[in-house]
Design a protein around this ligand. Structure first.
Ligand code: BES
Ligand code: ZN
Ligand code: ZN
Length: 509
């Protein structure tokens, strides 16, 4: 969908559908009344307008007379004025664009004044509208040869205004477009089957993105990873015929190469069979999404590339299948991690922490300002918080609270879990410095405690367990069944607020 401003007097607006918003029990506002006094006079007597109740996500379409430059008006319900939350606005927008797609409309118009009656700032609403429209229309069609929805999507979104848009609105357009593209990239990569989204494919994606946006991308092959001493990562990839990759992306703009970066580490298990601790076959296919953490980091870089303010962020993505083979790690094997600490691998299905522990240690070489890792790490986290909520744990209360608050602002629910030292008792091993699993109960906490052993005290670090929300089992207004792209928005907003000197998207307001 092409998105652009059109600076035109309103009687020259031309589109297949013009969108306005309305609250329940109120006349639709946001410039609709004045538009009806001019070119939209025809709407005044329309039955559709009379039928429109303004309920949340209600969409009413009113057809215009033949010859009208505006072919239809789409009225979008926001529910009761006092009860509207940003998530409700996002869902209403998504519903409106889906209706436009179902009607196979070519161009959708939106008067910038349509936002006048909604509480948040114009920039925030525009950015959220653009992201929500794109996410609501999303479907993974890359591998379908028929019955696709993509071809029916509106070709253009025209943002009508009578005065040239302020700089802040231009920025909001760029930000909304970039963030939307970032989430979509993460969804596409995560929905792609494991025979397509291999570690090599992810590395190629990172390289292409690096070329497009001027990021430097380094890709390490399995023998290089082994010679760097990453014994835990190697213990996972040795059982797989599909070659592993360690991908490192550095966004440092010229002059900022020596800045202390934010480091983002993403779990990139392109298929998790469990290894020799084989998973049951029911739903094993869903384990193609076990690289959603790495995909979220790639999606973040895609978004960052389109944003105005550049700052140094380093992404570290250990990517591999977890497979059973004659060279696979056997339960009980002991490996030496890059940090020098030894780990008894009691269960080869707890592989995510094995890649991440080496990646977290490797992160030290970048002298980070802070580290956030993101991973589909434990089924226990899904048991604890359900399908829609990610857990955050870490060694820095401020960072943990910020991530929770940012998630809330961008529509990604994140909830803190504790990380008390005594959790390490679960990981004590008879033969090594630690084992890779504890008891079943509290499994998400033990996984986080395991990771903590690989981060220096005093270096702010947070771990996001996205095993639940990375994949939707049922469709929602903003996402069909499958990958959600969870994390892209939180990571992007965190970087915008923290380093880039940006006050962040208006989501804070
Ligand atoms: N990839 C899984 C975690 C997972 C489960 C992600 C469900 C998404 C949905 C992870 O590698 C795993 O298998 N974890 C085990 C750990 C256990 C062996 C300690 C688990 O959660 O069962
Ligand atoms: Zn596993
Ligand atoms: Zn896994």
């Amino acid at each position: 969908m092409q998105i652009s401003f059109r600076v035109e007097p309103r009687d020259e607006w031309r589109c297949d559908a013009l969108v306005f918003f309305g609250y329940e029990k109120e006349q639709p506002g946001g410039g609709l009344q004045s538009w009806m006094e001019g070119p939209g006079e025809w709407l005044e007597d329309s039955v559709a307008l009379a039928d429109f109740k303004g309920k949340a996500k209600e969409i009413t379409v009113a057809g215009g007379p033949s010859g009208s430059l505006v072919k239809r008006v789409v009225l979008v319900g926001l529910g009761e004025r006092g009860k509207l939350e940003l998530q409700g606005f996002r869902e209403a927008v998504a519903a409106a664009f889906k209706r436009c797609r179902d009607l196979e409309l070519g161009s959708v118009g939106l008067p910038v004044h349509a936002f006048d009656d909604i509480d948040w700032t114009l920039s925030l609403l525009l950015e959220e509208l653009l992201v929500s429209a794109v996410l609501g229309l999303y479907s993974y069609d890359e591998l379908k040869t028929r019955d696709t929805d993509q071809s029916k999507q509106p070709g253009e979104l025209l943002l009508f205004t009578q005065e040239p848009p302020a700089g802040a609105l231009e920025e909001a357009l760029a930000a909304g477009r970039s963030v939307g593209q970032g989430v979509i990239l993460a969804r596409d990569l995560t929905n792609a089957p494991s025979n397509r989204a291999t570690p090599t494919f992810l590395a190629d994606t990172a390289r292409r993105m690096g070329e497009e946006h001027g990021f430097s991308v380094t890709v390490y092959e399995p023998d290089q990873v082994e010679s760097m001493g990453m014994g835990a990562f190697a213990a996972v990839f040795r059982g797989s015929c599909e070659p592993a990759r360690l991908i490192v992306i550095d966004s440092a703009p010229a002059g900022h190469e020596q800045d202390q970066p934010i480091v983002l580490v993403g779990k990139g298990v392109t298929f998790d069979s469990g290894g020799l601790s084989l998973k049951p076959s029911a739903k094993m296919d869903e384990m193609k999404t076990d690289m959603a953490g790495a995909a979220a980091v790639l999606g973040f870089f895609q978004a960052l590339g389109g944003l105005d303010r550049r700052c140094r962020v380093v992404g570290i993505l250990p990517c591999t299948d977890n497979m059973p083979d004659c060279r696979a790690t056997k339960p009980g094997d002991v490996v030496t991690t890059m940090s020098g600490q030894t780990v008894e691998i009691v269960n080869t299905d707890a592989e995510g922490r094995l890649l991440l522990c080496d990646a977290l240690h490797f992160a030290r070489s970048f002298d980070p300002a802070l580290i956030v890792d993101i991973a589909t790490l434990t089924g226990a986290c899904v048991v604890a918080l359900g399908k829609h909520v990610a857990a955050v744990m870490g060694n820095d209360q401020e960072l943990v609270s910020q991530l929770q608050e940012i998630g809330d602002a961008v529509g990604e629910r994140i909830w803190p879990m504790p990380l008390w030292d005594f959790f390490f008792d679960e990981l004590k091993s008879e033969v090594a410095d630690m084992k890779n699993v504890g008891r079943r109960e509290g499994g998400a906490l033990h996984a986080a405690m395991f990771l903590k052993q690989f981060v220096d005290d005093g270096l702010p670090w947070a771990h996001l367990d996205i095993a639940g929300p990375s994949r939707a089992d049922a469709s929602t207004p903003l996402c069909p069944v499958g990958a959600t792209g969870f994390g892209v928005r939180t990571l992007t907003e965190m970087v915008r607020r923290k380093v880039c000197g940006d006050k962040g998207s208006a989501s804070q307001e």
